[in-house]
Design a protein around this ligand. Structure first.
Ligand SMILES: Cc1cc2nc3c(=O)[nH]c(=O)nc-3n(C[C@H](O)[C@H](O)[C@H](O)COP(=O)(O)OP(=O)(O)OC[C@H]3O[C@@H](n4cnc5c(N)ncnc54)[C@H](O)[C@@H]3O)c2cc1C
Ligand code: SF4
Length: 338
């Protein structure tokens, strides 16, 4: 592990100034991802700035009937909050589907959406990886692709030797729920505070696979806001994985069903939590039958690009994610005729 300086500033403003002043400084939340990456030599900062005790650890009601969640709230605390369980079951279920009790006791609302991909080549510093070392190539192409993307993959790619190829997926369960809930992210940076829709926080690899989000260097997540759901809305999270616990999603679905509206977000299929807007448009205002949901997912997945691989590839995700959406929506609606 590369040696680094450690800082515990007095407040968030000082934390932002400290990180912004050094190109290779990073924030530390619960440390459950960053510390692993430090030990593996994947993250090599000069300075680690602890914000765990600086941002809010409160969950507060907002005037519009939603909730504001401080960035230091742990995943366990958020999943256990009665208001979250009653009003946003999709979020409580997504949190409890992630990691383990011990990890959730440390993992924070600020750090969880910013955890790095679990692509095995990203964490193996002996292999080429454009996300870890720009321009070296992508070992996942033609390699182990079971956990990799099928959506949002550049049509001209993937090419293993291309300097910009990345077919990694975003691993967070909580982020898929925040995407379907239309959450807002409160950010404090060197230029001041700003609010951004959660759906705009993460990005596709594009021409720079090293960047997972649109955050600028030194920008700190201070809170996440949940707007209220429409009256009578029901929501749920369903995760499919290789074993019953303690595994990342092969695919996952976060769904909200309200009067005349179906909202869908998908995990395990793209470089970012994937809001299935095409499927939502197909379903808008119509009867939510199983046939309609399948058709909507066919439209959503038109541009999907399954990846071949030494493990048989990830083409199985296409029918799997449709089945998972159908099952989730069926649970949320009183009648979905076969
Ligand atoms: C064995 C194992 C299994 C796991 N399984 C799952 C799973 O099934 N599902 C799942 O979703 N997750 C899973 N995780 C990941 C876990 O949920 C994340 O490691 C955790 O949520 C990260 O939160 P943290 O606060 O510990 O972040 P940290 O590790 O502290 O930080 C993560 C990143 O966020 C940055 N950061 C932290 N806080 C802020 C902030 N406030 N503002 C800006 N940047 C910030 C850091 O610089 C770092 O880049 C697993 C982890 C392990 C080790
Ligand atoms: S998929 Fe992305 S993270 Fe994985 S090896 Fe390729 S470039 Fe690296």
């Amino acid at each position: 592990m590369k040696p680094f300086a450690f800082a515990r500033p007095a407040d968030v403003a000082e934390a932002v100034r400290t990180v912004a002043a050094e190109p290779d400084a990073v924030f530390l939340g619960g440390g459950t991802n960053l510390v692993d990456l430090l030990k593996l030599g994947v993250a090599r900062p000069d300075r680690v700035v602890d914000v765990r005790r600086l941002t809010s650890r409160e969950i507060t009601d907002t005037a519009d009937g939603g909730l504001r969640i401080g960035a230091a709230v742990t995943n366990s605390e958020l999943a256990a909050d009665r208001r979250v369980r009653e009003r946003y079951p999709v979020l409580a279920q997504a949190l409890l589907a992630g990691a383990t009790g011990q990890l959730r006791n440390l993992a924070t609302v600020g750090g969880n959406p910013l955890q790095r991909t679990r692509c095995v080549y990203f964490t193996d510093v002996s292999t080429p990886c454009n996300k870890r070392e720009p321009g070296t190539g992508c070992s996942a192409v033609g390699g182990y692709t079971r956990y990799h993307a099928v959506l949002g993959v550049d049509a001209a790619l993937p090419d293993a030797s291309a300097p910009k190829t990345c077919i990694a997926t975003h691993p967070s369960d909580m982020a898929v729920a925040l995407a379907v809930l239309d959450a807002q992210v409160q950010v404090l940076g060197p230029g001041g505070a700003r609010t951004m829709p959660f759906g705009e926080l993460h990005r596709l690899p594009g021409d720079d696979p090293t960047r997972d989000t649109v955050l600028e260097h030194g920008e700190l997540i201070t809170a996440v806001d949940l707007p209220p759901l429409p009256a009578g809305a029901r929501s749920a999270y369903r995760k499919v994985r290789d074993r019953a616990s303690y595994a990342f999603a092969l695919v996952s679905v976060a769904a909200v069903v309200a009067d005349g509206e179906v909202r869908l977000a998908l995990g395990g299929v793209a470089h970012k939590p994937w809001r299935a807007t095409r499927a939502e448009e197909v379903l808008a205002g119509g009867p939510v039958t199983e046939h309609a949901v399948r058709h909507a997912m066919d439209v959503e997945l038109t541009a999907a690009q399954p990846q071949p691989g030494i493990d048989g590839g990830n083409g199985f995700k296409i029918p799997l994610v449709t089945r998972t959406v159908v099952a989730t929506v069926r649970d949320l609606t009183s009648e979905v005729p076969a």
